[in-house]
Write a protein that binds this ligand. Structure first.
Ligand code: HEC
Length: 121
């Protein structure tokens, strides 16, 4: 009997995802989504951020030009657009293999940082 009790305790700790809230889970996903964290490119609140500045040669002007690569703001998008970007990323952004639930969770988490929406009220 003692053994069974121990076993049950173990399984609750191992599989009891209820130990963290939805928003904690989404925060974890945003920072570590089985790949490079979204925050590394899009900023911790999805506000968009500079990824890198570089110089490129412009043949017309015969000069080097400063260019920058930005990750766009993502806390103000429609759900469909957000979802599509995650399921079908082609450009610089890596591909992620997230479940529908994870995408919804991430969407709710990231749009909670959309200050403009709160100001509208
Ligand atoms: C290596 C940097 C990088 C990482 C990491 C990254 N993104 Fe992106 N993301 C981009 C860039 C750059 C774009 C612009 C389109 C493109 O070039 O792919 C983009 C586009 C998007 C878009 C579409 C924006 C629009 O206006 O339609 C969404 C939504 C998005 N990212 C969400 C995420 C989420 C959520 C994660 C984490 C699971 C993530 N990104 C991780 C760089 C990144």
């Amino acid at each position: 009997m003692k053994f069974i009790g121990f076993f049950l305790l173990f399984t609750t700790f191992a599989f009891g995802s209820e130990f963290i809230t939805k928003s904690e889970y989404a925060k974890m996903l945003y920072k570590n989504p089985r790949g490079i964290g979204c925050n590394k490119c899009h900023g911790s609140k999805g506000e968009g951020a500079l990824i890198v500045k570089y110089k490129a040669f412009n043949k017309k002007s015969n000069k080097y030009e400063e260019r920058s690569l930005m990750a766009p703001r993502i806390n103000n998008l429609e759900f469909q657009r957000f979802k599509l970007a995650l399921e079908d990323s082609k450009g610089i952004m890596p591909s992620y293999f997230l479940t529908q639930n994870e995408i919804v969770n991430l969407f709710e988490y990231i749009t909670s940082f959309n200050k403009d929406k709160k100001d509208e009220k």
